[in-house]
Design a protein around this ligand. Structure first.
Ligand SMILES: Cc1ncc(COP(=O)(O)O)c(C=O)c1O
Length: 390
């Protein structure tokens, strides 16, 4: 079946140009640490991708460490800094229990990591958000302690798309000398991301969200700070991530970024136009449609809506039968019967959470697809409401 794919926040299809680059790189088997032509060629390809991605992020200083995905990048900075923070000789007394500040609506790769760190002695503050999912920068200021080793606030939320004021928060934290990380897995390639404008020390990104394959991610690091690696071993990735590099994944991610750079704002604007067209279609032809997340400070492809008197899981199943792929809440939580922690943090009533569907648009979506999907969803919601016991 030909699917109308509206689940780009979960993962994205490989772009044909990236696929071609991968195919052409398959014979590049040299180990990038080897000093013979095959190794040197692999090293050159890795370093080209690294410098291309750093330039795309506006980084005139700092380094990029390749990881296996966004989750690993988040784990590396959180565990790496807390681990160092607790043993740092300069802060032995002040940082006996290192303190981390983050929000209630982070991706599980942050939430579950800080919860693990909390179990082994770190102190954690989980900040509330408002009804749109925005964090209050003043709350961050109030939460700071002498023992704070890291503030980690996501750039764009994967479920509702709300974009945090990272630049403002970063500028304040920079003046205070507090280390700042942002999880930009959902924003890189979707909105402009410049590490200097965002004033961040660390930034996580992931290949499979930007039409590169799964199995490749990266962490931007502004300064050489002591960071305890997750994976110890050889000297790869500047001693921060041991293991022979995923050369093909790195080249593919570099290519995906190159394509995004070439397209500039055009692709972003088109995605946003299609998203808004879908929302207008649904809200004008159905009653009881509610937008979740911020009305304007939102990822261009993300549309999270609740439908009155609808069970989101039932609608999703009908959509799948009709060839429309989307998600309830976050795809990472599929199979988890708990209500979305993000929608819960917004203070939404249970019925609105239960009926929420996340549509996420991206590369390859067309106006015809969006109109077909809209038409089918309107019919399905109407049919479900007719038979709904609610
Ligand atoms: C905001 C955010 N952070 C981190 C991740 C984890 O990225 P990965 O799937 O590459 O581990 C995701 C994936 O959905 C995400 O949306």
């Amino acid at each position: 079946m030909q699917y109308i794919y509206l689940d780009h926040n979960a993962t994205t299809p490989l772009r044909p140009e990236v696929k071609e680059t991968i195919t052409n790189s398959l014979d590049l088997y040299g180990n990038a640490s080897s000093y013979h032509p095959l190794g040197i060629k692999a090293r050159e390809s890795i370093e080209n991708a690294r410098s291309g991605i750093l330039a795309f992020l506006g980084a005139d200083e700092g380094r990029l460490i390749f990881t296996s995905n966004g989750s690993e990048s988040n784990n590396l900075v959180l565990k790496g800094l807390v681990c160092e923070g607790s043993i740092c000789p300069r802060h032995k007394t002040a940082r006996k229990r290192p303190h981390v500040i983050t929000t209630q609506i982070e991706h599980p790769s942050v939430i579950n990591t800080v919860s693990c760190l909390n179990r082994i002695g770190a102190e954690v503050t989980l900040l509330d958000v408002d009804q749109y999912g925005l964090v209050d920068p003043d709350e961050i200021k109030r939460a700071l302690r002498p023992s704070t080793v890291l503030v980690s606030i996501m750039h764009g939320n994967n479920e509702i798309g709300t974009i945090q004021p990272i630049g403002n928060i970063g500028s304040y934290l920079q003046n205070e000398g507090i280390t700042f990380h942002t999880d930009a897995v959902q924003t890189v390639g979707k909105i402009p991301v410049d590490v200097n404008k965002l004033n961040v020390d660390y930034l996580s990104l992931s290949g499979h969200k930007i039409n590169a394959p799964k199995g490749i991610g990266a962490l931007f690091i502004r300064r050489i700070m002591t960071l305890c690696p997750l994976i110890h071993g050889g000297h790869q990735e500047q001693n921060l991530r041991a293991g022979t590099e995923n050369t093909i994944g790195i080249i593919a991610m570099g290519k995906a970024i190159e394509l995004i750079k070439l397209e500039g704002e055009t692709a972003i604007q088109e995605t946003q136009r299609l998203r808004d067209r879908l929302y207008e279609n649904l809200s004008q032809n159905l009653t009881g449609v509610h937008l979740n997340g911020h009305p304007t400070r939102r990822l261009p492809g993300t549309l999270n809506v609740s439908f009155d008197r609808i069970d989101g899981a039932a609608l999703l199943e009908m959509m799948a039968i009709e060839g429309i792929a989307a998600s309830t809440g976050s795809a990472c939580s599929t199979g988890d019967s708990k209500p979305s922690h993000v929608l819960t943090a917004l203070g939404l009533p249970p019925e609105r959470i239960r009926s929420a569907i996340r549509f996420s648009l991206g590369y390859g979506n067309t106006e015809t697809e969006i109109d077909t999907a809209g038409e089918k969803i309107i019919q399905m919601v109407s049919r479900l409401r007719k038979i709904s016991p609610i």
